[in-house]
Design a protein. Structure first.
Length: 706
């Protein structure tokens, strides 16, 4: 260690300005991994590093992907340096270390002379620079030897996704000496996002080893284009275990790959329109097991993000988290009042530091894998892997922004203001930011603890009905619903009301979505399968050219067996699931909000029947749905529609003659007839609506005169 500290101090000696900056942190203990140097010690008043005992206050490590770039003379970015411990100290020292690089020519000149030293340094930097570029592109490129005229020249080879061949792209000295940037891939693989850096290679190798360990390379069997990959998997020095069923092995593999892949599996479990039921059921069992990070680090994140000391914000801030997940953890605290007294009890949710680079790396690999699945597998396009990853990307980044969750909580709280069924905690925006969310602390019993609820005197039957009513109120009245209502996010207050927590995932529905959902539910329970089919077509959930009779027959085949059960045992969530599975045969594109709806409905159903096994979901929901449909279709709904559309009609009607003249003057001959027909239809619709308004006004006037 002493030799390495001396080498690091020699590096500092070549950068006096950086050493002066480091001296500002005298007395602080740090550990720095700047390959090939690995040093730990205390910073002296002169800016040197001295050996010492004791645990470092901050740790810095140059990421593997930036090592060769650093050796080639490029200063690493702060994002290339992994930071742990005291965030402020680590960031400050990280900025200093990021500007250090070895001036090799100064040392080499003492041995070989100035000219030779300059040439040697230039050659070394060029070599390391080339290797850095080569390794960063390795996920999609390799190296090979091409014999030509009995001479061997290095060649870049690229994998062609449309035809798995190794294509030689450089076979001459000119191509080699022109550098890596001169080589152009002769395939369309560049359309697939590619991960960068040595860390991505390491992560990719871990993924490959994990897939092999659980025998998931079996998916490659029967694919002639991927036969060579199947053989490569066999070279993994990992013990293979295929004793469990394949869906279970998929779940175990995702759990082994860490929290981001676990979350991906959880999101994927809701896509029952894409996955076979046995896989979706198994993925739904995924658990997010992540140890909490140090409370002092949480404190530093709060102070950095809110710009004030914790003592100025809170009278008391418990450093021990009460809950921890892969993205954030929660601490209990009490606000400080202006007079310094103890204020409101709050929950402070703190984003896990350093999570973004981890997420971006795994998402980059997922995009690459999704592109390959889409191109190489027969079902690739139907499964829409890129869209699934893009949806997961949006979901994750929404969850990483605490202000997004704060806005969701505020909206839900406003929707249920004064409700006797649901309590939503208040958001303290002055104590919140993108990394910190401060909410009112809620006291209650976890909804899954049935015995405690009974002991507290909670009416479980009433509570189960409340859950169903809350769901349908969110969906059909508000069009905005909490989409992560599993038992861990729901508590019960002393007065028997639900308490909602964790607002990172919400869904929203348009008026059209709400209308067709209600039509589908009512038609299904009336066994009107023709109406179910036509509603699917009218809503655009299936292609317009779908034959209603074929869809009706498919729906009947899937859904009729459900009615063999008592009505009280029929699952709303399974109804939606069966409709999704049927629609998949007709190239349906299930909207993300409907997938969230189905997942939430299954959660609510399971929760309701856990509280009250005799709960008749249909008996509870039908009056609500019928009343809502009457409001939409009856005269109240008509008046509301007229009121909503009136401003548009007032703007559109006066411009129709001018639009007609412009259309006739500028339209092409072959479009005139079609345009004229559409215009006449619009005119007829507007005339009918005007007539309807006139009749309604006349009726209201007559009623007022009588």
């Amino acid at each position: 260690m002493a030799i390495q500290i001396a080498a690091f101090n020699h590096l500092l000696n070549q950068h006096p300005a950086r050493r002066a900056e480091l001296a500002a942190h005298a007395g602080r203990r740090v550990a720095i991994a700047l390959p090939p140097l690995h040093v730990a010690g205390v910073i002296t008043e002169e800016g040197w590093l001295a050996a010492c005992d004791g645990e470092p206050e901050a740790r810095l490590k140059l990421r593997h992907g930036a090592v060769l770039s650093h050796l080639s003379g490029q200063a690493p970015q702060l994002s290339d340096i992994a930071l742990e411990g005291d965030a402020e100290l680590a960031s400050a020292v990280g900025r200093i270390v990021g500007q250090l690089h070895w001036h090799a020519s100064e040392d080499l000149s003492r041995v070989f002379g100035d000219v030779a030293a300059q040439r040697m340094e230039s050659l070394a930097r060029g070599l390391f620079g080339f290797k850095a570029s080569w390794l960063s592109a390795w996920p999609t490129a390799g190296s090979s030897i091409c014999a030509k005229r009995r001479r061997c020249w290095p060649a870049a080879i690229w994998f062609n996704a449309s035809s798995p061949k190794w294509i030689i792209c450089a076979t001459t000295p000119a191509a080699w000496t022109s550098g890596w940037s001169g080589w152009k891939p002769r395939s369309n693989l560049n359309r697939i996002p590619r991960p960068d850096g040595l860390m991505s290679i390491s992560r990719s190798l871990k993924i490959v080893a994990t897939l092999y360990r659980y025998g998931l390379d079996d998916f490659l069997e029967g694919h002639s284009r991927l036969a060579f990959l199947h053989k490569l998997f066999g070279l993994c020095p990992v013990r293979r275990d295929t004793s469990a069923p394949l869906p279970q092995r998929v779940r175990l593999a995702l759990e082994s790959l860490g929290p981001i892949f676990v979350k991906f599996g959880q999101v994927l479990s809701t896509r029952r329109d894409l996955l076979p039921p046995e896989y979706a059921d198994e993925l739904a069992l995924l658990q997010d097991r992540v140890p909490p990070f140090d409370g002092d680090i949480a404190r530093q994140v709060v102070e950095r993000s809110l710009g004030r000391k914790v003592e100025e914000l809170f009278v008391d801030f418990d450093l021990k988290p009460v809950a921890s997940a892969s993205v954030a953890q929660v601490h209990k605290a009490w606000l400080r009042q202006p007079d310094g007294g103890r204020g409101r009890e709050v929950a402070v949710k703190v984003l896990r530091p350093g999570i973004l680079p981890v997420i971006e790396q795994d998402l980059s690999l997922m995009r690459t894998l999704a592109g390959w699945v889409e191109k190489l597998f027969a079902d690739g396009k139907r499964l829409k892997p890129r869209e699934v990853v893009a949806e997961f990307d949006k979901y994750l980044h929404d969850e990483l922004d605490m202000m997004h969750e704060a806005a969701n909580a505020s909206q839900l709280r406003r929707n249920f203001k004064g409700s006797d069924m649901l309590i939503v905690p208040e958001v303290f925006y002055d104590y919140s930011s993108r990394e910190v969310l401060t909410l009112e602390w809620m006291h209650g019993i976890p909804v899954g603890q049935i015995e405690r609820l009974r002991e507290a005197g909670v009416d479980l039957q009433k509570l189960s009905r409340f859950g169903v009513e809350i769901f349908f109120t969110q969906v059909f009245r508000h069009g905005f619903f909490h989409a992560d209502m599993h038992p861990g996010n729901i508590f019960v207050a002393a007065d028997g009301r639900y308490i909602a927590l964790d607002f990172g995932i919400v869904g929203s529905l348009t008026d059209t979505d709400k209308h067709y959902l209600a039509v589908n539910f009512l038609a299904f329970f009336n066994r009107d399968y023709h109406r179910v089919a036509t509603a699917h077509i009218e809503s655009g959930w299936v292609p317009r050219d779908t034959r209603a009779e074929e869809l009706e027959a498919a729906v009947r085949t899937v859904c009729e067996p459900i009615f063999e059960k008592p009505l009280s045992e029929i699952s709303f969530g399974m109804v939606l699931l069966r409709l999704f599975e049927t629609s998949r045969r007709f190239n349906v594109e299930i909207q993300p909000q409907l997938v969230l709806l189905q997942k939430t409905l299954l959660n609510i159903e399971g929760l309701g029947r856990q509280l009250d096994p005799e709960l008749d979901l249909w008996d509870t929901a039908k009056p609500f749905l019928t009343k809502w449909m009457n409001e939409q279709i009856g005269w109240r709904g008509l008046l509301r529609t007229l009121k909503h559309e009136a401003p548009q009609w007032a703007t559109t009607l006066p411009t129709l003659p001018r639009k007609l003249n412009e259309a006739l003057g500028s339209a092409k001959t072959d479009l005139l007839v079609e345009g004229y027909i559409q215009l006449m239809r619009e005119q007829k619709r507007q005339n009918f609506l005007l007539l309807l308004i006139a009749i309604l006004l006349a009726a209201l006037l007559a009623k007022s005169l009588l």
